[in-house]
Design a protein around this ligand. Sequence first.
Ligand code: SAH
Length: 366
Amino acid sequence: MGEMGEEEIISSKALPMKGGDGPYSYTKNSYCQRVALDNIKEMINEAIAENLDIKHLSPISNTFCIADLGCSVGPNTFTSMNDIMEATVLKYHSEGLSSNLPEFHVFFNDHTANDFNTLFTSLPPDRQYFAAGVPGSFYIRLFPKASLHFVHSSFALHYLSKLPKEITDKNSPAYNKGKISYPTSSKEVVEAYASQFSKDFESFLNFRAEELVCGGLMVLIMTGIPDGSSRFQAIGATLDVLGYCLMDMAKMGLVSEAKVDSFNFPVYSPFRREVEELLERNRCFSVERFELVTRTRDVAATDVQAVTKHARAVTEEMIKQRFGSEIIDELYERVFQKLQEFPQFLDGIFKRSTQLFVVLKRQAMD
Ligand code: SAH
């Protein structure tokens, strides 16, 4: 496993969602992802029915191994794993293999700092699979060679393995002063983020290619935006609003401005064509399906409180690590105020949500 670069292990800092099951936890605030996943469920069922060639799948005894990469604390991961398992069982029945059903093994992966205790204690008691936790970054090898039949990852690939160095280098043209994300930053900043995303996505594909059996499927649900659209959407917009609030607090002397300057979220939403090009370049997988799924929401009906809580569930831990817990309540109160004051921000965050839905199949190599 010499591929595991030491740099990656050191820099793959944990960016956990808020653990536990309190009011600001991911468990209680992952509803947006769940709604999107429910819409995508039918597409996953189709992918399994049409693309999973169980008769020719390299067997690993009679076990069907599934991994969820970036699973967080649930409950979304449980629903997704259950859906995948059920669709696979259906496929076995439809192929006349009812008497030969496999046992299922599900591997839940996330960073070591993820709240695995909450995950394990809330595993559905009636689950029909064996469960295991796999700690560590998915930008390195996580599993033995050819040991997985199905890889799933939702809403996790926008996290970069690390922040590009130049973003926090005062002497670089890509220095991101006064901001914590890139959507409204200089071209150099955006390019630095984009290039880190490309590198990370490529290594993600290469490591998974080693871990999947030939014919194995990989379903990726990732944030992505339509070509030519504004970058000020979804996650990017949320982080920009958070950045404005931090800068307001810096101007009032409540947080250090230098700290804001040197703090950035290693998160990036690619354009559709960026992902398409990276997939075309990869020779290990065939692209079975590639779509930008769009959902339009009624902004008027959007509850600003819910948007703020969701932003808090996914960003609080990292803000705390950097700025301390004293500022947290005030910061998110300001985010709430700002969203109420400038409802146009909600357009970027909530009006239109887009995800890339990707189905890949591991090809046999010559
Ligand atoms: N898949 C769940 C959770 C999404 S939240 C859902 O759809 O609701 C994104 C998760 O990805 C977080 O828990 C975060 O810790 C995890 N993550 C981000 N980068 C990661 C990496 N390099 N390796 C493993 N997990 C990662």
